[in-house]
Design a protein around this ligand. Sequence first.
Ligand SMILES: *[C@@H]1O[C@H](CO)[C@@H](O)[C@H](O)[C@H]1NC(C)=O
Ligand SMILES: *[C@@H]1O[C@H](CO)[C@@H](O)[C@H](O)[C@H]1NC(C)=O
Ligand SMILES: *[C@@H]1O[C@H](CO)[C@@H](O)[C@H](O)[C@H]1NC(C)=O
Ligand SMILES: *[C@@H]1O[C@H](CO)[C@@H](O)[C@H](O)[C@H]1NC(C)=O
Ligand SMILES: *[C@@H]1O[C@H](CO)[C@@H](O)[C@H](O)[C@H]1NC(C)=O
Ligand SMILES: *[C@@H]1O[C@H](CO)[C@@H](O)[C@H](O)[C@H]1NC(C)=O
Ligand SMILES: *[C@@H]1O[C@H](CO)[C@@H](O)[C@H](O)[C@H]1NC(C)=O
Length: 365
Amino acid sequence: MACQMKKILLLLLVVLLLVLNLQHCVDGTQQVPCFFIFGDSLSDNGNNNNLVTMAKANYQPYGIDFPEGPTGRFTNGRNLVDIIAEHLGFNNSIPPFATARGQEILKGVNYASGAAGIREETGQQQGDRISLDRQLLNHQVTVSNIKNLLGNNESLATAYLNKCIYSVAIGSNDYLNNYFLPQFYPTSRIYNQKQYATVLVQQLSQQLLTLHKLGALKIALYGLGFLGHTPVGLTMCRNNSSCVDNIDNAVALFNDKVVTLVNNFNNNLTNAKFIYINTTEISLSSSSSEGSMVTNVPCCEVLTNPQPQAECIPFGTACGNRSQYSFWDAVHQTEVGYVVYGGRAYRAQSPADAYPNDIEHLAQS
Ligand SMILES: *[C@@H]1O[C@H](CO)[C@@H](O)[C@H](O)[C@H]1NC(C)=O
Ligand SMILES: *[C@@H]1O[C@H](CO)[C@@H](O)[C@H](O)[C@H]1NC(C)=O
Ligand SMILES: *[C@@H]1O[C@H](CO)[C@@H](O)[C@H](O)[C@H]1NC(C)=O
Ligand SMILES: *[C@@H]1O[C@H](CO)[C@@H](O)[C@H](O)[C@H]1NC(C)=O
Ligand SMILES: *[C@@H]1O[C@H](CO)[C@@H](O)[C@H](O)[C@H]1NC(C)=O
Ligand SMILES: *[C@@H]1O[C@H](CO)[C@@H](O)[C@H](O)[C@H]1NC(C)=O
Ligand SMILES: *[C@@H]1O[C@H](CO)[C@@H](O)[C@H](O)[C@H]1NC(C)=O
């Protein structure tokens, strides 16, 4: 009897090892030659470190759960694109443009900058930042360096750039660090919410065409989250629910137009594939399973006066039970949040997570 049991256990162990090994093969091979990242603090991994700005994260307690400590990532551990790069099979995270040198740019570059937006002026009340237009100028530099590295062979370089994944997660600051700060920006007096969503998406559309001209064919766009329900949104609104909903509704108008943009590009740009990561769906369905998580206050200490801040107080305290908190600071999620979000962006758990499909399919297409 005991012998029989041992045999069964041994068999189970062999099966388990086989499964683990197969999984390792799937996740272990790099699926695309390169991964280029555009956006804001959701993706930034050090581009703001040497800028004069309040939108920085290269001090404690940021990085408290990251092996290298504070790096400029706006969370306690790995950020959104670190998780996606891991799923894509990259051994190392994609280097920030600020420090990327030599051959390493062949794996891709991260241009993202905290406080940056689609609009040039977005985030200026925080200080310097690299707007999406300037991120695209930086990408132009990378593209010409990649051409050089590939022996100045134009068609070889284009074929290479065509195979990469391009991640564009931007727009939150055009709301939180522009439209909803009327004391600093006139946009809410010039445009109603619908008009503002239209002008933002028109500008984004031009920026994506520029990216496409630089060889991008596989582009993932991310919808914006419920910005009214972030701790900074709740503080700005003094917990007034109609104010909170007003912010969320403005953002939903933007998201709807991004989906239309994805459809238009997929219909009109031959060979290009655009996908939309449905942040709304992912946050709605994951919050229902969050249960006991703290979702309305940040884990780290954040200043709320005179202006509600997004970032942790430098060298301030942080909660010990970080996996119990959705928000690390007043706008950015904890690593556990990014693991869920990045995981579902890569491999959709429900059909609504990604449209028309997920990053894994984009990589394989
Ligand atoms: C990643 O690392 C593993 C183990 O260190 C190595 O076998 C593999 O070749 C590396 N993959 C790439 C794409 O560099
Ligand atoms: C560029 O690379 C392609 C593909 O490797 C090759 O067929 C072509 O001859 C190269 N062109 C030049 C000018 O070297
Ligand atoms: C909003 O509500 C939370 C939780 O009830 C509370 O901790 C916080 O102080 C409130 N904020 C404001 C600005 O009233
Ligand atoms: C709540 O917010 C709404 C919309 O911004 C505003 O009209 C209303 O006066 C606010 N209520 C309170 C009690 O501040
Ligand atoms: C692209 O295709 C859509 C249909 O999805 C069409 O309505 C639109 O006018 C086309 N042109 C552009 C420039 O988007
Ligand atoms: C995104 O998710 C929301 C909420 O589940 C859903 O209503 C919407 O249709 C989804 N959008 C797309 C483009 O799939
Ligand atoms: C997390 O820890 C703090 C103090 O360490 C405690 O007050 C709080 O209740 C804990 N939260 C959860 C969700 O466990």
